[in-house]
Ligand binder design. Structure first.
Ligand SMILES: Cc1cc2nc3c(=O)[nH]c(=O)nc-3n(C[C@H](O)[C@H](O)[C@H](O)COP(=O)(O)O)c2cc1C
Length: 388
């Protein structure tokens, strides 16, 4: 995968290899995609301070995330339908993450099941939970994650109601794809993808099949989600989930300082400041714009992670500079997955790690601990910089 020097190159290769229905699903934001665009635009507005002659020979990108050692301040995000970007995609991504020394998060809506992934890797991974109406099933799912020795539970709190992605409606997204002429033609032109999916263990949602009714084929993902996901979810349920889960608990999808404060009181071990990659509330601020206020409110009390919009190592520096302890990437690695399976994900992580390292060097820092708001040059985001 050396011929692909950037995440954008991996994206372009994935676009050519993956059927349109699944590539569009991965790319899209909700509704008018304003928040999706803001996630990128606001990152690009943050300028970094170029520092010189600082002796940056001893750079180190290692850290701890939730007490676990990590080679980079980075984890792979939970991605529903990951196994539709490449056959056994979740196993491929988990293996690549573990080889690179960073955490991997398996989605509730994955194609490979918790047990499939646990049986294929030798280190613990994280499990992401969506709470559905059938609480008996959710209790079971939490028990299955504990039995598989998952080392953290990531409860996603920003998707009780699904933000619509127009392309999924236009493309008639189903899992597995329906046998329609336009799908058959599309798949016929993506033989590498088709072969990997044929060889893969599963063609539908592995965590749900056999546990939830009507799971052999989801004719409309959006309609199914609307029926199953529980809009009554509240902070009381966070308590309930916490009482069932013996390990670390991350709340993913916090975008407001008041919610972050409640998360601290609720006893979460970490939060991820996130707008679900611009896939939920369209019109919400970019996650990077929301980060400083949340860090100011709770950064001293809880581990603050960050996701939504990261495409480069420089973005990781920007998020750390604004107070995140670590970052989570979604599309950046699924482009790699679509581009080349495990090797593609490994390449995506390598690209982000190398860019992070070079950015640190050119900003004049040797360790992650030195990355603070001082690394940011004057910009509209830079309200709190100390005077020189
Ligand atoms: C294709 C796709 C599927 C996703 N599926 C899930 C999911 O199942 N559970 C979840 O908590 N978040 C899910 N997310 C959100 C990601 O975990 C993460 O918050 C987001 O991708 C971060 O933004 P980025 O893609 O710009 O890095 C998904 C995102 C994408 C792009």
């Amino acid at each position: 995968m050396k011929a692909y020097p950037s995440i954008e190159d991996l994206r372009e290769r994935a676009r050519r290899r993956v059927p349109k229905m699944f590539f569009d699903y991965a790319e899209a934001g909700s509704y008018n995609q304003e928040t999706l665009r803001a996630n990128r635009a606001d990152f690009e507005k943050i300028k970094l301070r170029q520092r010189v002659l600082m002796n940056v020979d001893k750079r180190d990108t290692a850290t701890t995330i939730l007490g676990e050692k990590a080679a980079l301040p980075l984890a792979l995000a939970p991605i529903g339908l990951g196994g539709m970007m490449h056959g056994d995609g979740e196993i491929a991504a988990c293996r690549a993450a573990q080889a690179a020394g960073i955490p991997y998060t398996l989605s509730t809506m994955s194609i490979c099941s918790i047990e499939d992934v646990a049986g294929a890797v030798d280190k613990p991974f994280w499990f992401q939970l969506y709470v559905m109406r059938d609480r008996g099933f959710i209790r079971e799912l939490i028990q299955r994650a504990a039995a598989a020795k998952c080392s953290a539970l990531m409860l996603t709190v920003d998707l009780q109601v699904l933000g619509q992605r127009h392309c999924d409606v236009r493309n008639g997204l189903t899992v597995p794809p329906e046998i329609k002429l336009r799908n058959v033609i599309d798949i016929a032109t993506k033989p590498g993808w088709a072969l990997s999916i044929l060889k893969g263990k599963r063609k539908t949602f592995g965590n749900l099949a056999g546990h939830v009714k009507d799971m052999t084929n989801i004719n409309s993902l959006a309609a199914w989600t609307a029926n199953q996901f529980d809009p009554t979810l509240s902070w009381k349920d966070v308590e309930w989930v916490k009482s069932l889960w013996p390990g670390k608990l991350i709340l993913k999808g916090i975008l407001d300082a008041d919610d972050a404060k409640i998360a601290v009181t609720a006893g979460a071990d970490a939060i991820s400041v996130s707008n679900h990659g611009g896939r939920q509330l369209d019109g919400a601020p970019s996650a990077i714009a929301a980060l400083p206020r949340i860090v100011d409110a709770v950064g001293a009390e809880i581990e603050v992670m960050f996701d939504s919009g990261i495409r480069t190592g420089a973005d990781i520096v920007r998020a750390l500079a604004l107070g995140a302890r670590s970052c989570i990437v979604g599309r950046s690695y699924i482009y790699g997955l679509g581009a080349g399976g495990q090797a593609g994900v490994a390449r995506a992580i390598e690209i982000l790690g190398k860019e992070l390292d070079v950015t640190m060097a050119l900003c004049g820092v040797n360790s992650l601990a030195e990355i603070d708001r001082d690394v940011i040059a004057d910009s509209p985001m830079d309200t709190q910089r100390r005077p020189q």
